[in-house]
Design a protein around this ligand. Sequence first.
Ligand code: ADP
Ligand code: 5SP
Length: 508
Amino acid sequence: MNYLLGIDIGTSGTKTVLFDEAGHGVASYTGEYPMAQPKNGWAEQDPADWWKAVVDGIRAVLAKSGIDAGEIRGIGLSGQMHSLVLLDEKGEVLRPSILWCDQRTAVECEEIHALMGGKERYIEITANPALTGFTAGKILWVRKHEPEIYAKARHILLAKDYIRYKLCNVFATEVSDASGMGLLDVPNRCWSQEVLEKLDIDPAMLAKVYESPEVTGTITAEAAALTGLKEGTIVVGGAGDNAAAAVGTGVVEDGRAFATIGTSGVVFAHTDKLSIDPKGRVHTFCCAVPGAWHVMGVTLAAGQSLKWYRDNFCDADKVEAEKQGVDPYDLMTAEAAKTPIGSNRLIYLPYLMGERTPHLDPDCRGAFVGLSGMHTRYDLVRAVMEGVTFSLRDCAEILRGMGVQSDVILACGGGGSSAFWRQMMADILGCPVATTISKEGPALGVAILAGVGAGLYPSVPEACRQIVGVNASQDPVAEHVAEYDKFYEIYRGLYPALKDSWKALAEL
Ligand SMILES: Nc1ncnc2c1ncn2[C@@H]1O[C@H](COP(=O)(O)OP(=O)(O)O)[C@@H](O)[C@H]1O
Ligand SMILES: O=C(CO)[C@@H](O)[C@H](O)COP(=O)(O)O
């Protein structure tokens, strides 16, 4: 038999899934780890936690499935984007990874635009403005604030590419994830000499760039001994988690789109032609299909908002859920569903970590607006879900404005597993929302890329046609659409009303 392995280094945990050649999941394992927030707006993780979760995951799926590791034809890696890993000359990690949702680099982003002779030139090359979440600002931040660490740095990697280094002993990346570093010439799919020169970053520190289905290395003897994999098994480029989810949901052709509610929230559309928002509110990155791109809007605290609410205010639900043997999220959302649209006139702004699309503002923060003495915690749960979905609508509106359209949106991520949240998405986005038969989005996506790299499938779109199936959609309900529209209009007015207050708070 032929098997493929997909490994997704997510923010809440690493998911390792073994698939057969037809894309059916055979065994899976998730290893979780914490995210540290040492200061307001900072977010870090220890790459050692990712590596442990990967080793545990590979060993677990091999044990559960009982297959011979030699039957694995290829491995694909996916992961949280933008997160900076710095290694010294011995390949040792120099400091915790600074994550995609970290907001400490506002000053460095301004500096990048200045060094480039203006934001316009930078966008022309990298297709995006310098954003606090992206990697380039983080590199400049470490160089300025931790010069002793930067002096020792020899390699700059992203999360999944650090795992590739541990598995294959190579320094390699691929175009989709590299696009989010702010150093790639996105139209030409290679590192930009101009950007590297102007930012004074040594090109030797960067990994070699591949297309997503290309073979980047093979499993070393050391990694084989640690994980149980067979030495010499190929590892393909893989993709950043969103580009990987696109492959796993078949969003690999024009007119296809998906929306994720994971830790972050994303509305993602494939484009065969390069398409850039001149205001930089949505990202344009190379996608995992060689020669094509994607545009995506990102809201930083999507599922994270509900997780934050659950972990701080819903202990009673956790206890009750354990008694009933159900997931606390299912219990909370079932109760929230009993509250009317608009959460009894309560609006939540999901800016716990600042915001990218559409505001590009590291200083804004979350808010409940309209709180009254009659509100229950389930009104607040519903308001959180609605606020996150309004933020996805902000993303979708910009994509529509760029002429990127889709008839159906595929729902992904932990939040997308909730039928109630999917109906809310359909009603708020005004578009049918469906799910794919496989729930393994990014892991399946990179397993498919591994299959293409191993020669099991002729191309990424053809592999998706063979493997990815879609369930019936949930359609928008006209009365709900009209009702949500009223609250969305009020939601849209709240950011401009509060912007200066957030700035003042940040400056205290
Ligand atoms: N049953 C559920 N109902 C609603 N939301 C859920 C459910 N399960 C998970 N979630 C949301 O999904 C988020 C995790 O999504 P996931 O895709 O696993 O994240 P990541 O890939 O960023 O690690 C949680 O923070 C939570 O908000
Ligand atoms: O920053 C982005 C995309 O630009 C995030 O989408 C990260 O790639 C991580 O997302 P999760 O899958 O962990 O929510």
